[in-house]
Write a protein that binds this ligand. Structure first.
Ligand SMILES: Cc1cc2nc3c(=O)[nH]c(=O)nc-3n(C[C@H](O)[C@H](O)[C@H](O)COP(=O)(O)OP(=O)(O)OC[C@H]3O[C@@H](n4cnc5c(N)ncnc54)[C@H](O)[C@@H]3O)c2cc1C
Length: 280
């Protein structure tokens, strides 16, 4: 029984339409009335920055993913995408589509730098679980039941993923944040570099939600934006108020400009009442 330690990986990355795929977004902007005098690259960037997202749905991106079975359900949370996993009902877990045989696992991030004795404790338990899986299949237990014993760290054989650019930017904005899980951050970072490689026009437009919106929605999360640094998350590079890459949270913007929330609500409601009345 061979167990191989592998890393989270993105491969077969394809932007349908190749390096010119972004021009499809410009075409749809022109269809909706954006005048020809505005440079095409500026039109594309404006669509991303102003979050006129529906035009971005014309760009389709496909790739394959290697990740843990545990992380697969996190990726599956991104519903506006098409997901295909390799079945562990029909195939034994050590057989993979278009790949070498053997069991693959991914070590958790926080064990990578630990010494060998800690990794050995982990591997002992993983080996035991896989051994039990083999034994159950040997006794005639169907694969779909034997697999229940397998650990979170078991790598999926292959996971095929198709997503449009609007939804991918949403995924990246959520998962390129220090609050995302280490494995999702690894996958999102690989997607980021693959995407920039194929669509370099996106450089400077992609990052965490704070980077993309100019204000971070992670309000009051202790140890991430405020309070003592969280022992597990990496420090947010944008939280230092004295740095030239400071990105405020929404309430920090409001504090800075002495934003009057009650007044803003009142003014909004005056407008909403007028609009609701249809009195002209
Ligand atoms: C740091 C972090 C922590 C998280 N913690 C948890 C957790 O503790 N528990 C948990 O369950 N999940 C957790 N999640 C997952 C999170 O709640 C989302 O499910 C996931 O990030 C997918 O985001 P999404 O819904 O925007 O993406 P998609 O499902 O791809 O949706 C894209 C967009 O489509 C729209 N949309 C999709 N479906 C609907 C719908 N039914 N109704 C209205 N609009 C819709 C929304 O605008 C949405 O942003 C966490 C995510 C992050 C990044």
């Amino acid at each position: 029984m061979k167990i191989r330690v592998v890393k989270p990986k993105i491969w077969n990355f394809e932007v349908v339409g190749g390096k010119d795929a972004w021009k499809e977004v410009v075409y749809s902007a022109r269809v909706s009335g954006v005048p020809p005098e505005i440079d095409e690259k500026e039109v594309f960037k404006m669509i991303v920055k102003n979050d006129y997202g529906s035009a971005l749905e014309h760009i389709i991106i496909k790739f394959d993913v290697k990740m843990t079975k545990g992380n697969a359900c996190e990726l599956l949370e991104h519903r506006i995408a098409s997901h295909t996993g390799y079945s562990t009902r029909y195939a034994k877990v050590d057989k993979r589509y278009g790949d070498t045989e053997g069991y693959e696992i991914i070590l958790p991030w926080h064990l990578l730098k630990k010494d060998d004795s800690e990794k050995a404790i982990f591997m002992e338990s993983v080996s035991k679980a896989i051994e039990t899986y083999e034994k159950m299949i040997g006794c005639g237990v169907p694969r779909e039941s034997a697999r229940y014993i397998l650990p979170f760290c078991q790598a999926v054989g292959i996971y095929h993923f198709t997503i449009n650019l609007r939804s991918l930017l949403n995924l990246l904005s959520l998962r390129l944040c220090v609050r995302a899980s280490p494995e999702m951050r690894c996958i999102a970072s690989q997607i980021y570099f693959n995407l920039l490689d194929q669509l370099p026009i996106l450089k400077g437009l992609i990052g965490c939600r704070g980077f993309m919106r100019g204000a971070c929605p992670e309000e009051g999360v202790t140890g991430v934006r405020a309070g003592k640094q969280h022992p597990v998350y990496p420090p947010c590079p944008f939280k230092n108020k004295n740095s030239d890459i400071f990105i405020p949270t929404r309430s920090e913007i409001h504090i800075a400009s002495e934003f009057n929330l009650n007044k803003a609500v009142k003014i909004q409601e005056i407008l909403f009442k007028k609009w609701a009345s249809w009195d002209g």
